[in-house]
Design a protein around this ligand. Structure first.
Ligand code: FAD
Length: 415
């Protein structure tokens, strides 16, 4: 049996591992990138806390111990469901089962032209570009003696009050308070303005009221203004308009929404409001029993929960489940239905505070941050030695002694 997995993110890697070294199964995993990315820590690359290689690992090395898995860096272009083949930018590949795990991309809700002035955070390239913009803004503020220009350079607007927006806003707050105050002599940290904009009534809407309010208080202590019920109506290279208010800044970061990729357009699948493919209980596409969809690409409704959110644990559980279901079928057993086990949610605010909600358990502050840290290290599998990463990262993160504060040019050019 040949199982093709498209996408080496959380869902794809977990599916592959569950199929690794299994008898009578040959697996091909394709990904347009050569690395698996730990997206929950992307904001730390964007905020110069970690280097890209600390949160990304070659897919090939993660799966090298499995003799039956072949990894190809290539892009899924199309699916021919009648002939059980996928078209890639390299060659056509035939499958018996296909697992789609291509994830999602940033969406600007029809204003895609905003992207160049308000980068999203989904890839290493975007994270290093955000890092370049934020660090350059500090350098620009240092160069000028004009308070108005300093104000312009030190104004940051983050759009989207979900965990990513909160993490970015908190990290910029910490950076301006500590890094700017300590390492820069001319730029005035007091002129820094950080606005977190959310169109809905609350930031962190999935969390309980108590934790949401705690997060707002912690953000405000870091100098972040939280604007809820506020909609961005325009962005250009020198300003952002929120409702009727125009704010002068070139530092706008977008954390407002994601949309699923469209790898199966020609199947004409039913999709939800996020463009995710609506799947059956066994995660297959209705009418296509041998094509499964997992992770951010799948729209799965579960009793008592509703539509599952685009989260790493959902993707991991679906990837593993899907692989095991295929193995069941190959071994003559019936397929099972997927059921998500909710392991809770968490978000950090700055360097040493977080909120954690697991069922009725609600934690905040430093202790919650320690839990956040341990869980992230635990899942950062395959990334060097966990203990080493833990020590190194905790030290540089808490002490500000190190970090990856490098401004790299957008493109290579000779001097
Ligand atoms: C900044 C950020 C912070 C986050 N924080 C959290 C958090 O704290 N907790 C949490 O649970 N979740 C978090 N998430 C969400 C979580 O990362 C996603 O839910 C998870 O990555 C989804 O896994 P996936 O395998 O479906 O997709 P992905 O991990 O996105 O992987 C998709 C893979 O498919 C590849 N691909 C895409 N298109 C193609 C194609 N056409 N051909 C070949 N390959 C393709 C991509 O290169 C990628 O490797 C965060 C996401 C972001 C962006």
């Amino acid at each position: 049996m040949h199982i093709v997995i498209a996408g080496g993110g959380f869902a794809g890697i977990n599916a592959a591992k569950a199929l690794g070294n299994k008898k009578d199964v040959k697996v091909t995993l394709i990904d347009k990138k050569n690395h698996h990315l730990f997206q929950p820590l992307l904001y730390q690359v964007a905020m110069a806390g970690l280097s890209p290689a600390e949160i990304a690992a070659p897919i090939r090395s993660l799966l090298s111990k499995y003799r039956n898995i072949r990894v190809l860096q290539t892009k899924l272009m199309d699916i021919n469901q009648d002939e059980n083949t996928i078209k890639t930018d390299f060659k056509d590949i035939t499958y018996d089962y296909l697992i789609l795990a291509c994830g999602a991309k940033t969406t600007y809700f029809g204003n895609e032209n905003w992207e160049c002035n308000a980068p999203g955070l989904k890839t290493i390239e975007q994270a290093t570009e955000i890092r370049r913009r934020v660090l350059t803004a500090f350098e620009d503020a240092e160069r000028t003696d004009d308070p108005e220009m300093q104000k312009f350079h030190l104004t940051f607007v983050i759009v989207g009050g979900g965990p990513t927006g909160v993490e970015l806003a908190g990290a910029i707050g910490e950076m301006s308070r500590f890094t700017l105050a300590k390492d820069f002599k001319n730029a005035n940290p007091k002129l820094t303005r950080i606005i977190l904009v959310e169109a809905g009534k609350n930031i962190l809407n999935d969390f309980s009221r108590k934790l949401r309010e705690r997060a707002v208080r912690d953000l405000e202590k870091l100098g972040v203004q939280v604007w809820t019920s506020s909609k961005v109506t325009d962005i250009d290279d020198k300003s952002v308009t929120i409702g009727n208010e125009k704010i002068q800044t070139a530092n706008v970061l977008w954390a407002a929404g994601i949309k699923a990729f469209e790898p199966a357009k020609n199947l004409n699948p039913k999709t939800d409001y996020m463009g995710r493919i609506v799947v059956e209980k066994d995660l297959s596409i209705p009418g296509h029993k041998n094509i499964f969809v997992t992770g951010d690409l799948a729209s799965f409704e579960q009793e008592n929960i509703g539509l599952l959110p685009p989260l790493a644990p959902v993707a991991m559980q679906q990837g593993t489940f899907c692989a095991k279901n295929i193995l069941r079928e190959i071994n003559g057993k019936e397929r099972l239905g997927f059921a998500y086990k909710d392991k809770g949610k968490m978000a950090t605010i700055g360097r040493s505070k977080a909120i954690v909600e697991v069922g009725k358990l609600k934690l905040s502050g430093f202790f919650a941050w320690l839990i956040w840290l341990v869980i992230h290290i635990y899942y950062l599998s395959g990334f060097k030695n966990k203990f080493f990463v833990f020590l190194n990262w905790s030290w540089s993160y808490l002490s500000f002694k190190k970090g990856a504060r490098l401004i790299l040019s957008k493109k290579w050019k000779s001097d």
